[in-house]
Design a protein around this ligand. Structure first.
Ligand code: CMP
Length: 201
């Protein structure tokens, strides 16, 4: 009572204990006191953890909002898939992930291992390799070469402005090529053309 006689000094003591900035000279002496203090400390930490969790959740939601929903129409607009029947397009809708990247984002770095290929739903990217720069736009795809050849990425690809991408993971791509051979043939033809262009540049 002589040290923690009123509410303000008790509150200050509790805050100082929790923040570890003081309070060592006053500590619970009895077992019951220590149990109560331990519970109080846990609750105190909870008071801090709760707003942190709420804030963290807010950030997470905000970031997730940048990932738009892949729709049937979006996939059907990609020239590589536009000739497919509805069932195959519907399958692709569930395989493709969507991501919006701001301008200047490096999507693929030359020399990295390839783990996915990308379709441009809207926006544009710049492909930079030793042989120069090429711009790809809506409906184009990139990142297929490393998946087909199992070689490292042949170029660095950067978003020109805000760009909506549809992402196909490597294993889904290889399965797709197995199931739809003419998609595979077209992708291989484009990859071959790019390889030739790079070699002749
Ligand atoms: P990948 O090698 O997996 O990663 C870089 C990508 O850039 C590559 O696949 C192609 O999709 C793309 N790319 C490389 N060279 C060219 C080129 N000459 N023209 C257009 N795209 C290219």
């Amino acid at each position: 009572p002589d040290r923690l006689g009123d509410m303000p000094s008790a509150i200050w003591w509790a805050a100082a204990m929790l923040a570890k900035i003081g309070g060592d000279e006053i500590a619970p002496a009895t077992t019951l006191g220590r149990i109560i203090a331990a519970i109080t400390v846990m609750l105190g930490i909870g008071c801090f953890a709760l707003p942190v969790a709420i804030l963290g959740r807010g950030f997470y939601e905000e970031i997730r909002r940048r990932d738009f929903v892949v729709t049937f129409a979006m996939v059907a607009r990609v020239p590589l898939f536009s000739h497919l029947e509805a069932g195959s397009i519907a399958d692709l809708v569930s395989l493709l992930r969507a991501r919006t990247v701001p301008g200047g984002t490096t999507i693929i770095r030359q020399g990295d291992r390839g783990d996915a290929m990308y379709f441009i739903a809207s926006g544009a990217v710049e492909v930079a390799s030793a042989s120069g720069k090429v711009r790809l736009g809506e409906g184009d795809f990139f990142g297929e070469m490393a998946l087909l050849s199992q070689e490292p990425r042949s170029a660095t690809v950067t978003a020109v402005g805000a760009t909506d991408l549809l992402i196909l993971d490597a294993e889904d791509f290889l399965r797709l090529v197995d199931r739809l051979p003419d998609v595979g043939t077209r992708v291989r033809a484009v990859a071959q053309g790019r390889m030739d262009a790079t070699m002749h540049a």
